[in-house]
Each structure stands twice: as C-alpha cells, then as structure tokens.
Design a protein around this ligand. Structure first.
Ligand code: TPP
Length: 290
C-alpha cells in the first residue's frame, strides 16, 4: 500500500502543478489548456515525482525511462514536471510561454525543451512512437520502461488503434499507456463526437494488461505504477484513468469551455483560493481518518 507521507507529498505537488498552470494562464500571451492540464495533474505528478527513472544530470542515459506526452496540448504539465526534476528553470516557462521563439510552446518540442523525448501536439502519434521505442528497448536488452499518456478524445484517431494492435504482437511488457479518460474532447462529449467506450474491454480484447483507476487518486496511481508487471513481461499495460476535465475548480469541471483559456487577475485569485480551501479540507479529512 502507498506510504501515507508520500501520498500527501505528491498531493501537495499536484496542487502546486495546478497553481503553476493557473499562473501560466494568467494574462497569458496565448491560451493555456487548463481543463486538460487539470485532468492530468495527479497522473503527471505521480509519474515524474515518484515513478519515472530519469535524471536531469544524465539526459542521454540509455537506461532512462522514456516518457511521451501523446496528448501534447497538456504541455504545461510536462514543462512543470521537467522543471521540478531540474531539467530547466521554471521561470523560463513563465517568462516565455506563448512568445515568439520560446522553447516552451503550446505543444512540447524535442528540439527546444530539455527532457522532452518526442515532439507532440498533432494527436494520435505518441503511442505508435512509444511502441517503436519499446521495441527498440527490447532489441537493445534495455531495462527501462516506455510510458505514454493519451487523451481519450485522442483515441478517436485511427493510428492509435494500429499501435494498440501492434504492442501485444511485439510482446511489449516494457510499455505503459495511460489514458486520461475525462470523457471530453475539444468541442464535445465523446459519446457525441465518437464513442470509444468501453475502453477497458477494448484494450483487453487487443491483449493488453488493463488497470482501471481514478486518475485523481494519488494512492491508486502509486499502487498501480509500483506494482506493474516486470519489464520483461510479455503484455503491455494500459492504465485507464477516470478523470474530470478542469478538476479542482468548480466552474471549470466537465466544461468544454475550459478546454483552453486565459485568466484575468480576479479569476486567477479566486481559483487559487478555491484550490487552497479544497486541499485544506482534504488534509483535515485525512487527519480525522488516521
Ligand atoms: C491530429 C489532431 N487533430 C485535432 C487536434 C485538435 N485538438 C487539440 S486538443 C483536442 C481534443 C482532444 O481530446 P482529448 O485527447 O480527450 O484531450 P483533453 O480533453 O483531455 O484535453 C483536439 C481535437 C490536434 N491537436 N491534432
């Protein structure tokens, strides 16, 4: 079971990530994908601050875990994760995001942002690249994992399903695909745009090991990642993470209007207050339970 102190540490870091996203979106030069960043906050925090075997001091280390944010519009969460692991100064993100010539654009670019393994933003490609990386890792006898995070709307792309089909064929037990399943795409509910459920049964039918969990439950994420089948296993793992787009801010939750946006000062302050109040209430609950 996940260590309680570690869970609380990561919850605080997920809160910090949401605050960073808000700061980025405050009077930003271009829209920030707040909704999709907030559905990712716990997933990215647990991955980068707890699970992934990466080292900013050895960016080319052959046995580092590889991470691909297939849902590239969640770039903010990737930049903040990498900055907090020491890959670059977080102030460079705040200072240049949305400006001409920035290394930290609306979508992550491998040629510019240190630690980014693959440029993404055009949806539907990350899992196929991850399959190639995992296969390469196998052929090289690597002990690392390849982890990718997809959006559920992104799974409307046919190329995703080719990769879903290929990974078990190549017995890629070193591959983990996490789906941020918030049920919304850019402009509508997935049931209206293009149905993808039942996602767990579909992954299983293609031969994947499937884990379903609440993508905002830090303890569940830790348990799932710490207890993955060994890298040498012969089936890839899909973690279907149920999430809420805009999670944490009442007026953003489950609203397509908050797929991307910019905050004025008043909204920014109100959002910070709401996040702090919710975390405080959660801390009090945790204290009562234990
Ligand atoms: C190939 C491609 N088509 C369309 C888009 C435009 N687009 C950006 S985000 C998005 C919604 C994707 O939904 P999902 O993956 O569920 O992201 P989330 O709702 O979690 O932000 C779309 C269609 C794109 N980036 N790439």
């Amino acid at each position: 079971m996940a260590d309680r102190e570690e869970v609380e540490r990561l919850k605080d870091l997920a809160l910090q990530m949401r605050k960073d996203v808000l700061r980025l979106a405050r009077n930003a030069g271009g829209p920030v994908h707040v909704g999709g960043d907030f559905s990712l906050s716990e997933i990215m925090t647990v991955l980068f601050q707890h699970f992934l075997r990466i080292d900013a001091g050895k960016p080319e280390w052959p046995d580092r875990d590889r991470f691909i944010l297939s849902k590239g519009h969640g770039a903010g969460t990737l930049y903040f994760s990498l900055a907090r692991k020491g890959y670059f100064d977080i102030e460079d993100v705040f200072g240049t995001y949305g400006k001409l010539g920035t290394d930290f654009g609306m979508h992550p670019c491998k040629a510019h942002a240190p630690g980014v393994e693959t440029s993404t933003g055009s949806l539907g490609h990350g899992l196929a690249v991850a399959v190639g990386m995992a296969l390469g890792g196998r052929l090289d006898g690597g002990t690392h994992r390849v982890v990718t995070v997809l959006g559920d709307g992104e799974m409307n792309e046919g190329s995703v399903w080719e990769a879903v089909m290929a990974a078990p064929q190549f017995k890629l037990g070193n591959l983990v695909a996490i789906v941020d399943k918030n049920e919304l795409s850019l402009d509508g509910h997935l049931d209206d745009v293009m149905k993808i459920n039942p996602l767990d049964e579909k992954f299983a039918a293609f031969g994947w090991n499937v884990i379903e969990l609440d993508g905002h439950d830090v303890a569940a994420l830790i348990d799932a990642l710490d207890n993955l089948p060994p890298v040498a296993a012969d089936r890839p793992t899909a973690i279907v993470a149920k999430t809420v787009k805009g999670k944490g801010i009442d007026f953003m939750e489950d609203k397509i209007a908050w797929h991307a946006g910019i905050l004025d000062d008043e909204m920014y302050e109100a959002c910070l207050k709401q996040l702090d109040e919710k975390r405080e209430a959660e801390r009090n609950d945790a204290w009562l339970v234990h």
